[in-house]
Design a protein around this ligand. Sequence first.
Ligand code: IPM
Ligand code: MN
Length: 364
Amino acid sequence: MNTFNIAVIPGDGIGPEVVTEAIRVLDTLSDLSHEFRFQYETFEWSCTYYLKHGKMMPQDGLELLKPFDAIFLGAIGFPTVPDHVSLWGLLLPIRREFDQYVNLRPTQLLPGVVGPLKRFQSGDIDFVIVRENTEGEYSNMGGRLRQGHLEEVVVQNSVFTRYGTERIMRYAFDLARTRRHKLVAATKSNGINFSMPFWDEVFHLVGRDYPDVIQELVHIDALAARCITDPDSLDVVVGTNLFGDILSDIGGAIQGGIGMAPAANLNPTKRYPSMFEPVHGSAPQLTGKKVANPIGQILTAKMMVDFLGLPQAGSIISQAVSRTLSSGIKTADLGGMATTSEVTDHIIQFIRQLWPQEMGVSSD
Ligand code: IPM
Ligand code: MN
């Protein structure tokens, strides 16, 4: 029996609500399987924690997370704490210190979901955003001088390393090879004249090792439009930290809403744990109303399960989600009437039906 140790950070707002649902799904898989189980330790680090302790996590927070097989996070941020304080106190240090350099964000229009782009059916939209997750525009370098005065000066630097750029390109090319062999890199080398021409150069350089992958550089403004007009032309998209962030909200929107969108912060070397958190935020306005869509978090659990080496279990989660949506069980954001936990109830039922005999069914 393989036991996976998961650090759970439910976080703020709807984070704890959707994390609870996703853990019910993971527990169902544990119950059904003879092969693996999940063991959790919960860390109540959040804006509430900040208001009590003056920081988002304890001093040794990262050390505490290090031994886990994965980190499963809901969402961070609440109006009681400025966003840059809460995010730079928890989420962003984890991504950076654990060198989770790939932020993987699949965009899929699933069956039963009517997205805002009415021309496209389920299956038409199916691309993956590979967002660089440790440097670029999120590099924490800069400063403010004469703060609050008329003469104030503010500098925010973007940092691009050859090492960091090359490895994200390679990851994206390798991923394209497992899919439809098409890679688009988001750029802006017409307006941003040092970092982006460098980014393009590295794309071409790495691309030489992948002659079997169709390669295209597209300016981010045109690419944003293309996500709306021709999302079916996209397979894998690689972007800088900021461009990838923006594109992934478009991705969320066109798959029916950001509540649907899963994500993973990966350290592919497995030197440190990877972190699984959906694209959406803490949605303070939905907190406690039982209406949050749990699917983004549940599909994020699927990505975690895949990364832990359980692709069959991952595939069963996806199928169960698709069947639930196809049978019209949806939360209000998708035009449905179901509550958060009703959606999960159906997903769990389908998982039980789908669980193949050959994977073994436990006696309960
Ligand atoms: C995301 C979020 C974060 C980001 C914020 C909350 C810092 O928007 O995960 O997409 O920009 O990375
Ligand atoms: Mn974002």
